[in-house]
Design a protein around this ligand. Structure first.
Ligand SMILES: Cc1ncc(COP(=O)(O)O)c(C=O)c1O
Length: 387
């Protein structure tokens, strides 16, 4: 379906709500039935009817249908967070005694899901350097049920060859799940490469305004229906109708926002590449990125995230840079209108906690919707503050 149709028209049935342009927020937990037969037929197909908002609310359903189309999927579920989306997509295929293969260094709460929560229920795991698909092959065991991918990841941007991963997984009857938050559906559609389930932190680009926490899971009707009637309904990870309406509004500008972040990030990273106080810029579409060719094969763009390695020798110099920057907030997350930085040094020297494997000289940038010159001027003066 044409992207314009998805963002402007798809799944909106305006004649059913007074020809209102914006869909109504059906702020109701519950739906009534005309008769016993009506109740019986709807409750037996709850995923497609409105019975109770923990399952299927009309406002959320509009969002669900749009997101499924965006990811070239047959169906989707909207969840209360990206972490909930990852958890239900993975849990749905596991029982005690099963095994998960995951990319090394997935998002931190995905790591905790695998190492702590799944571990408590007798599911074992291996993290592998999945930049080489042979490492995945070597880690597969008889009881491997899920391959967890994140391509690129959101800090150092390692990619996986999605076509090769899905082929391999199919050989062994393993379900592939990918966290596609980095690229958004605008720049990468893993289902086109044979991946089974695509999850997003919808908190990032999909909502796009830093005011809703939400997630999505996209896949075949069969897989989504299976997850709906098990993890989705039992764990109760639905989004509220109000937040769904916010996300539908956010989606109207998804393409504009992601393209704009991508264009501005490209200009900012080009400035940084040539600056003497910056050793490296890590960005999948940069010529010196080791997987540049693969990234360009799978992705149509990168969006607003990249990481720099400051060319400094003392920790105090990182503080000088970060303390001088004015137009970027120091914050986790990304995908909103506002530019952000997150210095790795914050995850070093924490009493009683192991240092992050990401060097303390690394700073991740998220480029929002401001003008490139405005951001470059600010970065320039902050780099000048390094003694
Ligand atoms: C790559 C990635 N995946 C998943 C998540 C989890 O999403 P949420 O915060 O919406 O639960 C995040 C959040 O930062 C993330 O960066």
């Amino acid at each position: 379906m044409d992207l314009n149709d998805i963002l402007v028209h798809h799944a909106e049935d305006r004649k059913n709500y007074f020809n209102a342009v914006a869909p109504p927020i059906i702020q109701s937990s519950n739906f009534v039935f005309d008769s016993i037969d009506d109740l019986r037929s709807k409750i037996s197909d709850e995923i497609n009817h409105h019975v109770y908002t923990r399952g299927n609310n009309p406002t959320v359903q509009i969002l669900r249908k749009k997101v499924a189309e965006l990811e070239h999927a047959e169906d989707a579920l909207i969840t209360s967070s990206g972490s909930a989306a990852v958890a239900i997509a993975v849990l749905a295929h596991l029982s005690a005694g099963d095994h998960v293969v995951s990319v090394a260094k997935p998002y931190s709460w995905t790591t905790k899901l695998i190492t702590q929560l799944l571990h408590r229920f007798g599911v074992s795991h291996d993290f592998v350097d999945a930049t080489n698909v042979d490492n995945i092959r070597s880690a597969i065991q008889k009881n491997t049920k899920v391959l967890m991918l994140e391509s690129p990841n959101s800090l150092t941007f390692e990619c996986q060859d999605l076509e090769a991963c899905s082929k391999l997984a199919k050989e062994y009857n393993i379900i592939t799940v990918i966290d596609n938050s980095y690229s958004s559906p605008i720049f990468q559609n893993p289902i086109d490469f044979g991946i089974d389930l695509v999850v997003h932190s919808g908190t990032k680009y999909i909502n796009g305004h830093s005011d809703v926490v939400m997630g999505v899971v996209c896949g075949s009707k069969e897989l989504i229906t299976k997850i709906f009637y098990s993890e989705f309904m039992t764990l109760g990870v639905n989004i509220s109708p109000n937040d769904a309406a916010m996300a539908i509004r956010g989606l109207r500008t998804l393409n504009l926002r992601v393209q704009r972040s991508d264009e501005t990030a490209t200009k900012v990273k080009e400035f940084l590449h040539s600056h003497p106080k910056v050793k490296d810029v890590i960005h999948p579409f940069s010529d010196d990125f080791p997987q540049n060719e693969l990234a360009k094969k799978q992705m149509r763009g990168c969006g607003g995230l990249f990481t720099i390695n400051l060319n400094v020798t003392k920790k105090s110099q990182v503080y000088q840079f970060v303390n001088a920057i004015e137009k970027f907030h120091i914050a986790v997350s990304w995908g909103g209108y506002e530019s952000l930085i997150i210095p790795s040094i914050a995850f070093h020297d924490v009493p009683g906690v192991e240092d992050s494997p990401i060097p303390w000289t690394f700073i991740r940038f998220y480029i929002g919707l401001e003008d490139a010159d405005y951001l470059i001027t600010d970065i320039q003066q902050a780099l000048n503050a390094i003694e």
